[in-house]
Design a binder for this molecule. Structure first.
Ligand SMILES: *[C@@H]1O[C@H](CO)[C@@H](O)[C@H](O)[C@H]1NC(C)=O
Ligand SMILES: *[C@@H]1O[C@H](CO)[C@@H](O)[C@H](O)[C@H]1NC(C)=O
Ligand SMILES: *[C@@H]1O[C@H](CO)[C@@H](O)[C@H](O)[C@H]1NC(C)=O
Ligand SMILES: *[C@@H]1O[C@H](CO)[C@@H](O)[C@H](O)[C@H]1NC(C)=O
Ligand SMILES: *[C@@H]1O[C@H](CO)[C@@H](O)[C@H](O)[C@H]1NC(C)=O
Length: 327
């Protein structure tokens, strides 16, 4: 028994110490919070972001795996694709396919008070350089403290206090091309897209909302709402991810200062469940220099219903005691 528990201990801790061996001193996490609502933690090693609502009742911020209301966003992979949607680049290379985020080091900025399209927010950024490719990946997090509409291309979404964005920017990605001297490109490889895969851990299985639901017609006015107007004709894809949380994924992306639809006739952003992981695949077109993407997130609060449920055992016990006394 003792031996077994030792084994479990080693099995649990050995891989994690291996995993962060390249991050070294940078293996830190930092906590950021908006004055009213959501609290996020970003990990210097791997670039994971987790967000929770403080449990006001107990005055506790719980980032542990036990907190089912926690949202965890992980960067899973970057994969260059050709125009047919097939991967390009040599199999073991890192320049055209990157999956080693667990060993990837991120640098943080301090948290500042900012304004995003006129809405007051707390902002922090974290950046990492993919050395093999000379590309950089930067995540800009905005935690909103006010409300207003955010427009990206032909999409407008109403954001409110407590919601957040984590904009994604990829710079200087070197694509395989016709006259390439890059030894990690196969002959004839021509990169057209980058597929970025995010893994989201949340309370429930993601369920895409219809446009009617997104426009607030389900009566849930506090969720991110989409408005279609003459100028802004489209709605981003919106997924209910359980626990009253939602993720808003635009189907448009900025490519070198021009906003375009994601390739793939509306297939992307794509939700896919594999090996018990909830994956969202974003497809970015080839850019000379910069790709910029603008997702939104609402982190649900552990609501009154959940609290009532938790109290139910005590309640039924009280009823039982009452019945015992009465009869
Ligand atoms: C984060 O990046 C944005 C865009 O480059 C910049 O405007 C902002 O000042 C940065 N924030 C911090 C806290 O450095
Ligand atoms: C790497 O990117 C920087 C700009 O960020 C550029 O000045 C430099 O020439 C690039 N190096 C290579 C090898 O492409
Ligand atoms: C967002 O835009 C819609 C439509 O133009 C408007 O009805 C709504 O009040 C706006 N929301 C905010 C918070 O400004
Ligand atoms: C937005 O809609 C207009 C009019 O339909 C169209 O010309 C333009 O290309 C669209 N822009 C984007 C980024 O989709
Ligand atoms: C590739 O090289 C050929 C011949 O050297 C040239 O004609 C062609 O324009 C080049 N293509 C690109 C995309 O640079």
């Amino acid at each position: 028994m003792f031996f077994l528990s030792q084994l479990v201990f080693i099995a649990a801790f050995f891989p994690s110490s291996l995993r962060c061996r390249f991050c070294g001193q940078n293996d830190v996490s930092r906590q950021f919070e908006a004055t009213n609502g959501v609290v996020c933690k970003a990990l210097g090693c791997s670039g994971k972001i987790m967000c929770v609502h403080p449990n006001y009742k107990r005055g506790k911020i719980d980032f542990s795996d036990d907190n089912k209301d926690r949202i965890l966003i992980e960067f899973d992979s970057l994969q260059e694709q050709n125009k047919y949607g097939n991967p390009v680049g040599k199999e073991r290379g890192k320049r055209h396919s990157f999956r080693e985020f667990s060993e990837q080091r991120f640098e943080f900025t301090p948290q500042t008070t900012a304004s995003y399209q006129g809405i007051r927010a707390k902002n922090f950024n974290f950046t990492s350089t993919l050395h093999a490719n000379n590309a950089s990946l930067r995540i800009m997090v905005y935690m909103f403290e006010g409300h207003g509409n955010i427009t990206f291309g032909n999409e407008t979404t109403e954001m409110r206090e407590g919601m957040l964005k984590f904009n994604i920017e990829i710079k200087n990605w070197q694509f395989c091309g016709k006259n390439d001297t890059d030894e990690e490109c196969n002959a004839g490889d021509e990169g057209e897209f980058i597929d970025l895969t995010l893994v989201i851990k949340s309370k429930g299985k993601p369920k895409q909302k219809s446009e009617n639901e997104q426009r607030g017609k389900d009566g849930k006015r506090r969720h991110p709402r989409c408005f279609r107007t003459i100028r802004h004709k489209k709605c981003p894809k919106q997924f209910d991810i359980g626990g009253d949380s939602e993720i808003v994924l635009s189907s448009q992306v900025m490519v070198d200062d021009e906003i375009r639809d994601m390739p793939g006739n509306g297939d992307y952003p794509k939700f896919k469940e594999t090996a018990n992981k909830q994956k969202f695949i974003l497809r970015f077109p080839k850019a000379a220099n910069r790709i910029f993407y603008d997702p939104g997130l609402e982190v649900g609060e552990a609501d009154a219903g959940a609290l009532a449920l938790k109290n139910l055992p005590h309640l039924s016990l009280a009823l039982l005691v009452l019945r015992f006394i009465l009869f």
